[in-house]
Design a protein. Structure first.
Length: 138
């Protein structure tokens, strides 16, 4: 019974995400100009397995822009508010002074159409350490 309830809940999430994706795809998001080191709320979606999911009706989560390929396409890593340690995590303080963790293993390229709103910018020293850790990881 519990397993069926969970499957039904996940199916609803996938269905809701599937309905939101065309809206994002066809949006004219031309006021978005992401830059390296910026933290944004992004509609990352309902993902598969252990991939990091978004939250709320827009499937949002905070991300850090690592590289801007052009106005439409960026490389980003997910950010979590849960404290985690290990080689695939990097702890830092966000622009509000709260502790966050960059999840280095959740690096992905995304369309800038997924970017919802800018939160702020990460400190340059933290960003340099994150980029170095990503290079070592890859």
């Amino acid at each position: 019974m519990k397993n069926d309830f969970l499957k039904e809940k996940i199916l609803r999430w996938f269905s809701n995400w599937a309905m939101l994706k065309p809206k994002l795809h066809f949006s004219d998001n031309r006021e978005v100009f992401p830059k390296r080191r910026e933290i944004w709320w992004a509609s990352v979606g309902q993902n598969i397995g252990v991939e990091v999911n978004g939250k709320n009706s827009k499937f949002e989560r905070p991300i850090l822009i690592v590289k801007v390929f052009n106005a439409d396409f960026v490389l980003a890593v997910s950010i979590s508010s849960q404290e985690k340690e290990g080689k695939y995590y990097y702890a830092f303080k966000n622009p509000d002074g709260k502790k966050n963790v960059v999840v280095l293993s959740q690096i992905k390229s995304i369309s800038s159409k997924r970017l919802v709103r800018k939160i702020g910018e990460i400190e340059a020293t933290d960003f340099s350490k994150i980029v170095a850790r990503l290079k070592d990881m890859i």
